[in-house]
Structure formats: C-alpha cells, structure tokens
Design a protein around this ligand. Structure first.
Ligand code: FES
Length: 105
C-alpha cells in the first residue's frame, strides 16, 4: 500500500533567521527546524532516550546535543550519534518556494 505523504506549509523563510531555530507542531508531533548556515533542516523534537526537548539543545557543527543527558543527533539526518540515545529522531524533507517553507509529512 502506498504511504500518503504531502508537503505542508509551516512558516515563512524569514521566520527562521540564520543559525536560529523554529519550533512547530504537526499532528501533535513536535518538530524543530534549524537554519544552519542558510540551509534548513527539520527533525523531531523529542529525544529518543527519554523524551527530552532535544531541539532546545546546543548546536555543535551539524549536531544538536540533548539538554537532558547529552545524547547527540545529526541535524541533517536525525541520526543518533552519541549515547545514551541509540534510536534516530525523525527527519523531514523541506522545500522552500517563494519564501514559504514546506515540510513533507
Ligand atoms: S532525554 Fe535526551 S539524552 Fe536523555
């Protein structure tokens, strides 16, 4: 069976200044969008270790560090790169059209 996915409008490009982040919720799923050096990336905002608010964490290169216990995730892919998290967070495809940001869900 084909899975239904679609791009949803979530914000204006100007809502996420360079190296800032924006928190949104889609279908009750918390998502954080990072603007890293002018490129946008969206990942789930729930740490797979113990549900910490990973999007609040410090950014180190392309990684975000969960503020609860220090797990790291690659912002580009959602991949868990450091314990105590071993499962990846979801990563969402983004497209920008006419200054509007869309996320594929
Ligand atoms: S909740 Fe994120 S490292 Fe524990």
């Amino acid at each position: 069976m084909e899975e239904k996915t679609e791009f949803l409008y979530v914000a204006q490009e100007q809502d996420i200044p360079l190296n800032e982040r924006l928190f949104i919720e889609i279908n009750e799923q918390p998502i954080v969008i990072f603007n890293l050096g002018g490129k946008l990336f969206a990942i789930g905002d729930v740490c797979t270790h113990d549900n910490g608010p990973v999007g609040d964490g410090q950014v180190d290169g392309y990684e975000v560090v969960c503020p609860r216990h220090g797990a790291r995730f690659d912002i580009r892919s959602g991949k868990a790169t450091k314990s105590p998290a071993f499962r990846d967070v979801p990563s969402y495809q983004i497209k920008v059209e006419d200054g509007k940001i869309f996320i594929k869900i």
